[in-house]
Design a binder for this molecule. Sequence first.
Ligand code: FAD
Length: 483
Amino acid sequence: MEQIAFGDYGLAAMSHRAGVLGWPEPLPPAVKYSLSYLLVQAEFGLCCPLSMTDSLTRTLRKYGAPELVERYIAGLTSQDLNALTQGAMFMTEQGAGSDVAATETCATAAPDCGPGVYRLKGDKWFCSNPDAALAMVLAHVDGEPDGMRGVSLFLLPRVLPNGEANSYRIVRLKDKLGTRSMASGEITLEGAQAWLVGELGRGFVQMADMVNNSRLSNGMRAAGLMRRSVAEALFISRHRQAFGKRLIDMPLMQVQLAKMLVKAEQARTLMFQTAQALSRADQGEAGAYALTRLLTPLIKYRATRDARSVAGDALEVRGGCGYIEEWSDARVLRDAHLGSVWEGTSNIVALDVLRAIQREGSLSVWQDHMRQLLIATPWHARVRAAIDALMERLGGLAQTTADHKDEAQARRVAAGLYHLTSAIAMGWESHQTQNPRRMVLAQCVLLHRLMPRDPLSTNKVSDLDLLWSTDSPTGAIDHICLL
Ligand SMILES: Cc1cc2nc3c(=O)[nH]c(=O)nc-3n(C[C@H](O)[C@H](O)[C@H](O)COP(=O)(O)OP(=O)(O)OC[C@H]3O[C@@H](n4cnc5c(N)ncnc54)[C@H](O)[C@@H]3O)c2cc1C
């Protein structure tokens, strides 16, 4: 699988150099996320080393000294497994998980070892891909102020330039619920040599770039896991019979499948929206960075949580066999539970949505972007009016929540923004591709995930069959109005 991911497809290299898959320049993020979306449906664990290597390269190129970039870039972007240098991120400590400012690992300048070299001492509590050749590490620099301003970013090599092993040990491997195809360990740094990356005291800000990149990757992975779950559930539903009928022909099963499909496709839509915003941000387009800063925690927050329920529901569609390890469901379910924990838990990521609104002015950029998508889509007038009203109310709630730092509302705001973004973007995709299926999905999101519902209402979505019809439907988008 490593040969396929790092080697044949160059997934960790394609954003950083020309020549991968024969392309004359670095490939756009949408290509990387599309191919990784397919990979993750077969293998989730490997996506962590892939993402760490890709993200470390990005952060190193952005903030690292030119001689460090020069030394390591070829290995980090190699498609030859014998020459490949993999990356990792050692941030979390027992007392410093979400609260990175509490980092206790200590860095002491070691000018005798070379310019910019420090010696690191301390314990890192969660280190995925622990035997990676390079890791980005956060440490508190001796003599610097307490808290976030004292934390800096370092590049830790497993092997020193003179060929000696660096001074750290993998103390223990974690016995994990899922991602068992990839090791996570505890590491003790015993005076290990590492280079300062970027500015002193800017460790967290710089690491945030790496973390944001891998948060987007986590959203993509959740989308892929959901797609795998839906694919399995649709297959079973088309082939398994009960009471003389195929499961897929039963009304209640159709509702169950639709609920799964809506969540899976919302995540896929957000993945492309975020990838495109990232691409525009990297090209320096005004406002695109602020949009990326909002969309990234949105997809990380909601898609990773949805992946848990979709994976669980797919398990149930297979009946008793879904609970048995011979099929994929149990493994997918275990893997799906990780997405909302690492790289920032749901609460932390929801609070990051408020931070993006407050510090980056992301809300107005998001509103502009949504209006552009709305204008380009021929919504039915009643649906359009409902969306406008939702935009207005949600925008107000999000701004007030961010202004007042009303943390208790952060998850509601994040979920609302995610659902509305996905509904509007799915409508736009439907028009772009002339595929009414995505319009049905968009309206399911509006009706079932955004609008307050009367629990006794018997309103139903009439066009569910369209969702899994094997014909490819075209045209007739604007007749669909379920509101
Ligand atoms: C399998 C696995 C692999 C990992 N790999 C890595 C890795 O490679 N590198 C790395 O650096 N880390 C890694 N992690 C660590 C992971 O990122 C942290 O576990 C995660 O960020 C949470 O930190 P914590 O465990 O200290 O929990 P805590 O920070 O103690 O959080 C506990 C609970 O408190 C909540 N909470 C905390 N602060 C707030 C707040 N302000 N408001 C509301 N609620 C709050 C959290 O949401 C959470 O539910 C890995 C974790 C796992 C499980």
